[in-house]
Design a protein around this ligand. Structure first.
Ligand code: ZN
Length: 282
């Protein structure tokens, strides 16, 4: 039987206006008045150490890019900070904590190619790692890249930076739909936030199934949105809100049936409760 360990890696903190993150419900829907507020968001990366393959899921953001972004959508916290990243909050340094080199990585799965998930992709140029993205996502990234004039999603376009993903020496393997990468490690195509958005599910012996939902917080699945009759709040900018909500519902159903749990990649509150590298889930 395969042995599998799941590590949670950190990529530092970003503060944003909460209205940038979610489509909130009206006061009538939610019983709560919307108040502007700065919310801290983590950007998780995950390392799956499987006896058949070493897998990274998402790569976080890099300081060089984000220190150039000023103001909206970032919003200062009480201490006047918009971003915070320690020098070791990148995939290479996080893996070094457990003696793993990026040269050993077999697969880099990317949920979607936006800047806070694909920021360290150039680290994998000329490496053996196969970069697993949905074919639709790479097409969407090229269509939107660097604020393309003809971008299908103008609001998204600033988050697709070609310097992250547009390199001929990145070893892409494009997938369409769901795929079992190795025994017990699944890629699930969950379009909505973007057309090629994907998440992962890892089956662990002791901890059970864990869904790695890279670009979400608890609120996306369980908060109450506009005119909502059921929980679930799409991101404030998404390619398809309907698809996104349908996929949240699908994941919640799977997690319910399989008695699993969801790790929310942007949820700082949950992140504080999780084991971090060098500790792991098995
Ligand atoms: Zn995200």
């Amino acid at each position: 039987m395969a042995t599998v360990k799941l590590y949670v890696l950190s990529s530092g903190l970003l503060w944003a206006e909460k209205g940038f993150l979610f489509n909130f419900g009206t006061q009538e829907d939610t019983g709560e008045k919307y108040e502007p507020e700065s919310v801290a968001g983590i950007s998780c990366q995950y390392f799956i150490d499987h006896s058949d393959a070493k897998i990274l899921f998402d790569l976080g953001w890099n300081m060089e890019d984000f220190s150039k972004l000023k103001g909206f959508p970032q919003r200062e916290n009480e201490d006047g900070k918009e971003i915070e990243q320690a020098p070791d909050e990148n995939p290479k340094s996080q893996l070094e904590k457990i003696g793993v080199s990026i040269d050993e990585i077999d697969y880099v799965v990317i949920s979607h190619l936006m800047a806070e998930h694909a920021g360290w992709l150039p680290l994998f140029r000329e490496k053996k790692a196969r970069i697993i993205v949905q074919k639709k996502e790479l097409e969407y990234a090229y269509a939107n890249k660097d604020r393309s004039r003809f971008a299908p999603e103008p609001f998204h376009s600033w988050m697709y930076w070609s310097r992250h993903f547009d390199h001929p020496d990145l070893n892409y393997e494009l997938v369409e739909g769901d795929r079992e990468l190795v025994d017990g490690v699944q890629i699930m195509h969950t379009p909505g936030h973007t057309p090629g958005y994907q998440i992962m599910k890892v089956r662990l012996q002791k901890s059970g199934p864990i869904v790695l939902s890279a670009c979400e917080t608890w609120h996306n699945y369980y908060g109450v949105g506009v005119n909502a009759v059921a929980p679930g709040i799409p991101h404030c900018f998404s390619y398809s809100y309907g698809d996104e909500l349908r996929n949240f519902r699908k994941i919640k159903q799977i997690v319910g049936e399989e008695k699993g749990q969801i790790f929310f990649g942007h949820d700082y509150k949950q992140f504080q409760t999780l084991k971090k590298v060098p500790e792991y889930y098995d």
